[in-house]
Ligand binder design. Structure first.
Ligand SMILES: NC(=O)c1ccc[n+]([C@@H]2O[C@H](COP(=O)([O-])OP(=O)(O)OC[C@H]3O[C@@H](n4cnc5c(N)ncnc54)[C@H](O)[C@@H]3O)[C@@H](O)[C@H]2O)c1
Length: 726
């Protein structure tokens, strides 16, 4: 044994080859925490001191290779500031360079996933062999940083600047075949032959058949690009990537700049450029929030998997209603491999539902994501029906009939008589209380809410609503089914609007108040889109549908009259009364025309402006900040209330629900992180000043005031990043 640590060990094989194996104790994966980096330093020293070695193989004893750096350390580490981070990167550069400079050939045997720092370890060796199922990539830009342990330097020299830019800017995870094509992998073999193949490469390198020194040299010297290649690779890429990433995500373009600046430099100088740029990005609020997002997502997934472990199997399901939602649910279930019965009362609804599923599957085939055979298989997973024929066999039912309490009551009690004793019933209602729907059921413990978002195939969130009588088994099975469908379930408690709509409607309330006081709705849309929302509130209302919005608003007003009841007619009411329902009838706040691809394209419509003016009472001027505050404060306040009322279990789940459910700008981290970023005290004083003018929808709660007084935050503060850019 040459070295034995907690996360890795180095041993001599039967001959002269050192085998460095990553195998982090008590974890299912390997990651590069700072402790692991220390061990790697010691291990490399031990390898350097060992006599008569002829080669090094780096590999892993887990199913993954190395998934990357330890992201749970990021906030605290980044909080230590720029020069600390530059030093940290430089230290790792020295370590990785030491591996690269070992006096014998080296190879990485990639058995599984190699991401971020894991990929960067692999790039230090002369050769890489990949198992067929292994994948490799540098996803750092997705966290608002760039590869800081040599990825921006080595990948371009190995794969070419253009390919490196593509991988790094997209943060993609790439299959072994793709890696082989670019020369990132030297061979792809079946997993069981991986070690033999790695040893074979070393033998050939030692025999002079493979020139490992030339490989090394290439990585250590400047990239050979002429002026035109430079122009093509870098300038064109910068423009394209900047357009794709948008103004709020600077990391991909920064990464290209680092590759460009380092291209003409030696290894060490290029690494110094990379270290500086890494440290700069690591200190931005965008990075802080994206890292937070990753951690929140982990927490949500962990909770989901805990439920899943307790759940009875969900192998066969049914959906009631083949409309917009029912059809989408059937498609998603079938596509992800759970056979589903789709029942409606109208034959034509069923035909429409099937047509939609077929269209979505055909698109997957077009994109090369599905073979025609798999498409046929998925389609055969949907069994349409006008009767309850096979309902006795299903494990879970999703009710998605029209949003009418009487119809839902009738349908749910009826289906309860058709299914087995243990079948879980769920409702996709958006506005009707789960406790209320449970009242007429014989087995209310088997019932809970399963709230999907439109369009089902695209929206990642499913709210699982636990009613007073819902059993753990019902909630667990529903969570498990949502995960099987590839969705992110978040469990919430019952209240009007549940979590997401309860928070969304106060945001629409903020919108109504703004236009009532004279703000131009198209400007409000532009300001909120610039702030980071995928669409502004007027546009969003057009997508949701004015009839749905008016109905849901009434439910919210009944549930929370003290702050959500509206006096007078709003712009939304005006649209509704004038039969401007939004996209569904091609006119709402905007008019919709079909673009070349047959998709609705919005255009300004004078008539909508006239209607809004008729109901508006003021003619105030608003700054962009004023608009943002009036939109965001009610949304944030309602999120705080949901947390205080126990509707949602944690700040992480609340923030993730808003990001996954309504497209809250991810780089801002969510409503509660947004309050943290502003400072709770500052937020309270902003909310107070707005509440004076606009009423209780804007008012802070007593608990939030207490938090402000005690200088508390929603998220632990060990991790405060720079206050800099927003
Ligand atoms: N559309 C959305 O954006 C959205 C989003 C989330 C939740 N929801 C909820 O999903 C549910 C369905 O909404 P939708 O937009 O799909 O409505 P939809 O009108 O498109 O579809 C409803 C379908 O239910 C069928 N139906 C009516 N009575 C039935 C019965 N007794 N048995 C079987 N089928 C019956 C109708 O024929 C129709 O095909 C509603 O509760 C709605 O609030 C909708």
């Amino acid at each position: 044994m040459i070295y034995q640590g907690n996360a890795l060990s180095v041993a001599r094989n039967d001959g002269d080859i050192a085998i460095l194996t990553f195998d982090l104790q008590d974890e299912s994966i390997n990651k590069l925490s700072s402790a692991v980096i220390k061990e790697l330093q010691d291990a490399v020293k031990a390898i350097q001191a060992e006599r008569n070695l002829q080669g090094l193989v780096i590999t892993s004893a887990k199913s993954v290779f190395i998934v990357g750096a330890d992201i749970t350390e990021f906030h605290a580490m980044f909080a230590r500031g720029e020069s600390f981070l530059v030093d940290m990167c430089q230290e790792v550069h020295e370590l990785f360079n030491a591996i690269e400079d070992l006096p014998f050939p080296t190879v990485t045997a990639l058995n599984g996933l190699a991401l971020g720092g894991g990929c960067e370890v692999a790039l230090t060796t002369d050769f890489r062999v990949m198992a067929e199922s292994a994948e490799i990539g540098l996803p750092e830009t997705k966290l608002g940083i760039l590869p800081g342990w040599g990825g921006c330097v080595r990948l371009p020299r190995i794969a070419g600047a253009d390919n490196a830019i593509e991988w790094i800017a997209a943060g993609s995870q790439n299959k072994a075949d793709a890696a082989l094509k670019l020369g990132v992998a030297d061979a792809v073999v079946p997993a069981e032959r991986l070690e033999a193949a790695a040893l074979d490469i070393l033998a050939r390198a030692n025999a002079g058949e493979l020139d490992y020194r030339a490989r090394r040299e290439e990585k250590k010297t400047p990239l050979k690009l002429n002026a035109i290649e430079q122009m093509m690779a870098f300038e064109t890429a910068k423009g394209y990537v900047a357009g794709k990433a948008g103004p709020h995500y600077p990391a991909p373009v920064e990464a290209i700049k680092v590759i460009q600046k380092g291209a003409g430099e030696s290894r060490e100088r290029a690494q110094a450029i990379e270290a500086k740029a890494f440290a700069k990005l690591a200190l931005t609020d965008v990075c802080y929030n994206l890292v937070g997002l990753f951690l929140n997502d982990q927490l949500v997934k962990k909770k989901g998997s805990k439920y899943e472990k307790q759940a009875a199997p969900v192998n066969k399901t049914a959906v009631l209603g083949a409309g917009i939602m029912g059809g989408g649910i059937a498609y998603q279930s079938a596509y992800k491999g759970t056979p589903i019965l789709m029942k409606d009362i109208k034959e034509e609804a069923i035909q429409l539902g099937l047509k939609e599923a077929r269209k979505l599957l055909a698109k997957q085939v077009e994109r090369g994501k599905l073979t025609t055979e798999k498409m046929a298989e998925a389609l055969s997973n949907i069994r349409p029906s006008l009767s309850y024929g096979d309902f006795g066999e299903v494990d879970l039912v999703v009710e998605a009939v029209v949003e009418n309490p009487k119809v839902k009551d009738a349908v749910l009690t009826e289906v309860e008589g058709m299914v087995g004793e243990n079948t879980i019933l769920t409702s996709n209602t958006s506005t009707i209380s789960i406790n209320r729907l449970a009242q007429n059921l014989k087995r209310p413990e088997n019932f809970c809410g399963m709230h999907f978002f439109n369009p089902v195939h695209r929206m990642p969130l499913v709210e699982v609503i636990r009613g007073e009588k819902s059993s753990d088994a019902a909630v667990a099975a529903t969570v498990a089914y949502a995960r099987k469908m590839g969705k992110t379930p978040i469990v919430v408690n019952d209240c009007p609007g549940f979590l997401v709509n309860r928070v969304l409607f106060p945001y629409f309330g903020g919108f109504s108040a703004l236009v009532d006081q004279g703000a131009d709705f198209e400007r409000v849309d532009k300001v909120m889109e610039k702030f980071g929302w995928p669409m502004g509130p007027a546009y969003l209302l057009d997508v949701v549908g004015m009839d749905t919005a008016v109905h849901a608003q009434a439910v919210m007003a009944e549930g929370f009259p003290e702050r959500m009841a509206q006096d007078g007619k709003t712009a939304i009411d005006a649209m509704y009364e004038n039969e401007r329902l939004g996209q569904k009838n091609a006119k709402g706040f905007y008019r919709y025309e079909e673009d070349k691809k047959g998709k609705p394209k919005k255009v300004s419509d004078e008539r909508a402006h006239e209607l809004v003016k008729q109901v508006a009472n003021g003619s105030q001027e608003f700054s962009d900040e004023g608009i943002i505050a009036r939109m965001m404060v009610p949304l944030c306040m309602e999120t705080v209330r949901c947390l205080e009322d126990g509707i949602v279990g944690s700040p992480a789940e609340a923030d993730m629900a808003l990001i996954y459910g309504i497209g809250f700008p991810p780089f801002r981290g969510g409503a509660l992180r947004y309050i943290d970023a502003m400072g709770v005290a500052e937020f309270v004083s902003l909310a107070d000043s707005l509440a004076k003018e606009l009423g209780p929808l804007y008012a802070p709660t007593d608990k939030l005031r207490d938090m402000a007084n005690r200088q508390e935050r929603f998220y632990a503060s060990d991790s405060q990043a720079s206050q800099g850019q927003a």
